[in-house]
Design a protein around this ligand. Structure first.
Ligand SMILES: *[C@@H]1O[C@H](CO)[C@@H](O)[C@H](O)[C@H]1NC(C)=O
Ligand SMILES: *[C@@H]1O[C@H](CO)[C@@H](O)[C@H](O)[C@H]1NC(C)=O
Ligand SMILES: *[C@@H]1O[C@H](CO)[C@@H](O)[C@H](O)[C@H]1NC(C)=O
Ligand SMILES: *[C@@H]1O[C@H](CO)[C@@H](O)[C@H](O)[C@H]1NC(C)=O
Ligand SMILES: *[C@@H]1O[C@H](CO)[C@@H](O)[C@H](O)[C@H]1NC(C)=O
Ligand SMILES: *[C@@H]1O[C@H](CO)[C@@H](O)[C@H](O)[C@H]1NC(C)=O
Ligand SMILES: [Cu+2]
Length: 227
């Protein structure tokens, strides 16, 4: 049986969940168990809603000031939901900083991960998972069970449906997370390593000296913070 979009929107307005997915609608409400991997402690109930085969909008109502948010998908009917057989390892939207709460946040064009494209066609079932890591350190989960449909994009594209479902409330947005990995200069690291090797450990290389410098600075900053 198909979940109605209307039911999900009503749910969102009186939600007790930390965040509610409104499109495609989530499985159900959870608050006390929402930190449970992979779907916030809500069991699959057999209900699904349509979602476009070529990818489409994902809309949700967050509650927190900000949350590091990741959107994943697992293809299949009855997803095995244990952590060691994690099928929610196909990333649709890599982690970003979702800012603002108590309004609607919508990404209009979320794509199917390249690795899964060959598996996706009308009638295939899947589950979309949204993970929100909030300031307290809790990871909160929510899932939407879907069936891919070739006609859903057209239905959803109807301005009446779209306009009431996919928008960003004024206080809500997103920032990119600076990827610490990208900030590392691997050329520099390789040169430092080479320096250490050619120096044969006999004396500190420039690389090590700058590392010591960084440590000293860090300790100084830490101490400054304590005053
Ligand atoms: C599916 O959703 C409908 C409407 O929300 C609900 O009445 C029904 O109980 C759900 N099905 C199951 C198996 O829970
Ligand atoms: C997809 O899920 C629905 C409802 O859970 C089920 O009735 C249907 O058989 C599934 N489709 C496929 C192709 O397995
Ligand atoms: C995430 O967004 C919040 C709210 O705008 C901001 O305070 C915080 O510094 C951001 N965090 C990162 C790591 O971007
Ligand atoms: C949203 O509303 C809840 C409940 O009133 C409140 O605890 C929370 O701080 C609000 N979040 C934001 C970002 O305003
Ligand atoms: C909502 O904000 C996000 C982040 O800035 C943006 O990617 C998205 O396109 C916006 N949604 C709409 C419907 O404009
Ligand atoms: C990385 O380090 C190398 C060697 O010191 C330097 O030539 C290069 O400009 C650095 N790249 C960036 C992006 O800082
Ligand atoms: Cu919360």
């Amino acid at each position: 049986m198909l979940r109605s979009l209307f039911a999900a929107v009503v749910l969102a307005t009186c939600a007790s969940a930390h965040f509610v997915i409104t499109y495609p609608p989530d499985r159900g409400d959870s608050y006390n168990t929402q930190f449970q991997f992979p779907c916030g402690g809500v069991a699959f109930d057999g209900n699904r809603s349509f979602w476009p085969t070529a990818g489409g909008a994902i809309s949700f109502v967050p509650l927190h000031d900000f949350a590091f948010t990741t959107i994943n998908i697992a293809i299949g009917n009855n997803i095995q939901e244990s952590t060691d057989l994690n099928r929610f390892n196909h990333i649709m939207v890599p982690t970003f900083n979702q800012t603002g709460g108590n309004g609607t946040f919508c990404l209009p064009t979320v794509k199917i991960p390249r690795s899964l494209k060959p598996l996706v066609k009308a009638g295939v079932n899947a589950t979309i998972q949204i993970v929100q890591l909030v300031a307290s350190g809790s990871a909160l989960y929510n899932c939407a069970d879907i069936t891919f449909s070739d006609t859903e994009a057209q239905r959803f594209g109807n301005p009446q449906v779209w306009g009431s479902t996919c928008f960003n409330s004024s206080n809500i947005g997103a920032n990119h997370l600076t990827n610490a990995e990208q900030a590392i200069n691997y050329t520099e690291l390789a040169l430092q390593e080479l320096n250490l090797k050619t120096a044969g450990g006999a004396h500190l290389s420039v690389g090590s000296l700058s590392l010591v410098g960084t440590l000293v600075t860090s300790v100084a900053v830490l101490l400054a913070g304590l005053w």
